[in-house]
Every structure is written in structure tokens, then in C-alpha cells.
Design a protein around this ligand. Sequence first.
Ligand code: ZN
Length: 189
Amino acid sequence: MGYLEVICGSMFSGKSEELIRRVKRVIIARKSVAVFKPAIDNRYDKNSVFSHDGRSVEAHVVDHLNPLAIEDILRQEDPDVVAFDEAQFFGPDIVGVIDRLVAAGKRVIVAGLDMDFARRPFGSMPVLMAMADEVTKLKAICAVCGEPATFNQRLINGRPASKKDPVIVIGGKDSYEARCRHCHELEEN
Ligand code: ZN
């Protein structure tokens, strides 16, 4: 029977580590798995889902707006389990792709940011969380006060970003840290 698992949370909350842990258990169980990540996430090695502790699993890096690339690979590999990392960056078509996979009996594991830096639900993640059989929301540690953190603090030249700043800046000079609700800052202008 198909099953949809969503792992969400802020940056530095261990989402990729949890995805890799689950994928490794699939491999130990001698089942096949295909891992996808969007080409937009170019922080690390192109073909691996890397966690911050350096462990990795091979992944297909695909155009985040072209579900046909994903479906081509799935037709070729016909894996038992399908995983998506950084799922917030995939276009809205990802919802239909995942819905069909689950209906076809696949276990699907999705990891992604549930909110952007302005505390807005991110991409298709809220829809996937609603559709999921199981949602795991992980917390990071607030970079300011050390309490559990659920928000992404975006800093541009050391100052809190504004709501009006674009969500995705490739090669931008901004930086991110995890913060709790009390310490999260957003310029309102
Ligand atoms: Zn805090």
C-alpha cells in the first residue's frame, strides 16, 4: 500500500539527515530507492543528498520545474521507494507526481522547508503535509537564545531581510540561521 511521509522543519533541523537515515534503512532492507533533488539546490556535490554531517546518498538532480524528467527516471528504475529532498523548490506539478506514486503503491518520503524566511508556507510543502499519512516536524536550535527553533532567519549584509525580498536568490550574499518565534526578525518595509 502506498504511504506518504513528510519530514519538515526549519533549516539546520536535520531534515536531510532524517531523509538519509530512512533511505539507508530502505537499502538495508534490500529494497530499491530513487532519490531526487532540485537542480536549484547547488550548495553541495551535484549527485548526492548531503547532510551537514557529511554522510551522503546518491541522488538524481533534476530540473525543479520539469516533472517529466522525474517520471522518465521512475519509469526506467521502477523503485520501491521514492524520496525527494528540498521539496519546497519543486514546482506545483510535484503534487500530482507524488499523488500518482502513492496511488500506485509506492512509499514516498519528502523532506523540505515548511516555511520560507518570512514565515510563509513554502511551495507545495503545505499541500504535501496535508496529503501525508505521516508528518514529522523537526526543530533546530535558535542561534540567538538556544531554545528550540522553527523559523528561518535570513540576513542580508547582517540585517534581517524584508518580506518583499525575493525568496530564492541564487548566489546571493545573504545568510541564514535558525531562530525561535521570539528571536525571529523580519523587516516590515
Ligand atoms: Zn530564540
